[in-house]
Every structure is written in C-alpha cells, then in structure tokens.
Design a protein around this ligand. Structure first.
Ligand SMILES: [Zn+2]
Length: 365
C-alpha cells in the first residue's frame, strides 16, 4: 500500500508579499510571463513590476482572455516561446492559475501561483480544470507536479469580497470529513496513493482552524480588518485544505457538489458554497452523532454558508430535480464511492432531503 503526499514546493503568505514576487521569481528563472486580468493588472501590476527592478529576472505581462480553455493555453504557450520566457506566473483567481499551471506543464517551465482570492483550495494542487471557450467543463488535466511556489498577499485577500473567502471556508470544511471517509475506506487519493498520517493531520488542523477562526475572520473581514484570524483562515482555505484534499482524497461532499451542478438554479453559487451543503449531506449519509451535525450546520449559518436548497437557489423543490442531483452525485465515476459504505442513488436522494430539512430547522424557518 503506497502512501503519497503532494504539496507545492514553497508556500508563502503574508501582508505585502506581492512586492516579493520578483524576488522569488529570480530563484526560478530569468524571464517570467505573468498571466493576469486587466483589473488585476490595474490593482497589482505596478507593485509586481517594482519588485522585479532589483532582481536578475525580467517579466512581461499578458492579459488573460477569461477562460481556461485549450485555445487559451495554446495562445499563452506560443507567447512563452516567442518571448523566450522560462517561468510562468499566474496572478488572480482559479481560471488564471489553472491556465498558468497547464502552460507551464506543456512548456516544461516552473510555475508560480499568486491567488488574489481565497475562495477554493485549488492553488496548491497539481490539477487544472479545462473548459471550452464557451465556459463548459471539458476535463481535468492531472499534472505531474504541483506549483513550485504559491504566494498570497493577505492584504490583497482582505480587500477581496468577504463572500469569496467564506466560500473558501465552505470548500475547506469538506476536507476533513472527506479525508476521514477516504482513510476509513482506504480509497486512492487525488495524489494516486493512500493518505499519509501527515496529510490527515493537516486535514484535521484545517477543520479545527475553521471552527476556531472562521467566524472571527468573517467579522474582521466585514470591517475591512486583516487580523491573525484572517491569516489563519487564508492558510486553512489554501494550504491546509489544498494538501488535505489532494493527499487524503475526496468523497461525499464534492460528489454532492458535482450533482448540484446539474441544476441551473445553482450556477450563481460559488464552488465552496455548494460543497458546504454537500458536507452536510455527507454527514447525514454517515449518520454522525447529533452534536456533530448540529456543530456543522450552526457553523455554516454563522459564516453565511447555505444550509438549505432554497439558499442554494432552488426555490421550487421537486422530486425530479433532487433525484437528478442524486443520480449525478452517485455516478459510477464520482467520489461518492470513496465513502466507507455503499451509497446508492436512493440513499443520496434521501440524505439531500433530510439535510435540507435540518437546515430549515436550525435556521428556524
Ligand atoms: Zn473543492
């Protein structure tokens, strides 16, 4: 039984770190291509440029076209060759760093990821999600290695919309429960091995950090304050959850998330918001003690994560819709089957209904 742990080469987090992109880039290459959005360039371009001034490394900015598609990957790859860059840096959100990771893989260069939001646990992973030019999911591109460096400037994260960081908490909330299920079932993880004790300990630390710091961070962020609680939540959302999910595996919560994507109404919700509800459904399937179920539902309510289907945008609940979600979640290839017991479409359907009812109970409506 082989155990494998994946992680980025270096993880750097702190206020003002955007100024140090050049310093770290100089350790990886001589000429960097920086993929960024027009808005990101306006906000952070000058700080990044200033950081390169004293370094033995130059950079060129390229504006991202908005979609992590094979066409965009090819366009950026051609630029990397034309400009003879030997390093890719992605600054922004998920689609930018998924594109940067994929380009680095095809061009065989190192890659640095600088997330400007903390809304998912994707930055640290060796994975790119590829879409069509029209934004329809195409496939997962599993990469042979994780980013060389992941760098987050927490002053930038603290200025991003609070809802995005709370969605990141939703994504991170699932990590420990999915890890626990995968460890029990001895499932093969996203790192293509069994979970190490180290990754499992990080998944547990991720959960404990969310419980302790999540609400404190929400209130601080709403006041525009960067506090130690915010720093801890950024780390939990990005690093702890990142290593936790990749090296311990996914199970029920993400499968329910994938199931929810079949409902048009849920499309305006963030990934982590759907994963949070998926976590509650997983706990119902596991029939965890009442105390644990209550803790999680109340925590979600506290940080503004959805606990009912209505909050996910499903205003008209029909058996047909919920069965469609259950069917997609229980698909042969999905991670619902990493649960340590048999899960069927029928048991999933019932768990979704019950999770929704518990949500209503605790919301008091
Ligand atoms: Zn996720």
């Amino acid at each position: 039984m082989t155990k494998i742990l994946f992680s980025p080469g270096k993880y750097i987090q702190g206020p003002g770190e955007i100024n140090n992109v050049g310093k770290y880039a100089a350790g990886l290459g001589k000429k960097a291509l920086i993929l960024i959005s027009a808005g990101g360039f306006r906000r952070n371009g000058q700080d990044i440029l200033d950081g390169f001034e004293t370094e033995d490394c130059t950079c060129e900015f390229e504006m991202f076209n908005g979609e992590c598609s094979y066409n965009e990957i090819k366009r950026i790859s051609a630029l990397v060759e034309e400009k003879q860059c030997d390093l890719i840096i992605g600054v922004g959100g998920g689609k930018i760093f998924d594109t940067a990771k994929a380009v680095a893989y095809y061009e065989k260069t190192p890659v640095m990821i600088c997330p400007t939001i903390a809304s998912t646990d994707a930055p640290c992973s060796a994975l790119s999600v590829i879409y069509t030019d029209e934004g329809v999911f195409e496939e997962y591109l599993f990469l042979p290695s994780n980013p060389n460096i992941v760098l987050l400037d927490t002053e930038i994260i603290a200025k991003s919309p609070v809802r995005l960081t709370m969605a990141g908490i939703g994504d991170a909330l699932a990590t420990y429960f999915e890890a626990r299920a995968c460890v029990e079932s001895e499932a093969t993880t996203c790192a293509n091995g069994k979970a190490t004790s180290a990754a499992y300990a990080l998944a547990k630390l991720c959960f404990d950090t969310l419980m302790e710091e999540g609400y404190k961070a929400k209130v601080a962020l709403e006041a525009g304050a960067l506090t130690p609680a915010v720093e801890k939540i950024v780390e939990a959302n990005t690093l702890l959850s990142g290593i936790g999910f990749e090296s311990c595996g996914l199970a029920g919560a993400h499968a329910i998330h994938n199931g929810l994507t079949v409902l048009e109404e849920c499309h305006s919700l963030y990934h982590g918001e759907k994963v949070a509800f998926g976590t509650i459904v997983q706990l119902v399937l596991e029939n965890v003690p009442l105390e644990e179920l209550e803790d999680i539902i109340e925590f979600c309510i506290c940080v503004g994560l959805p606990v009912t289907l209505e909050q996910l945008g499903v205003t008209e609940i029909t058996e047909e819709k919920i069965r469609a979600v259950a069917k997609a979640a229980a698909a042969e290839t999905d991670t619902l089957h990493n649960m340590p017991f048999e899960v069927t479409e029928e048991s999933t359907y019932n768990a979704i209904l019950a999770a929704n009812a518990y949500g209503h109970q605790y919301l008091g409506k």
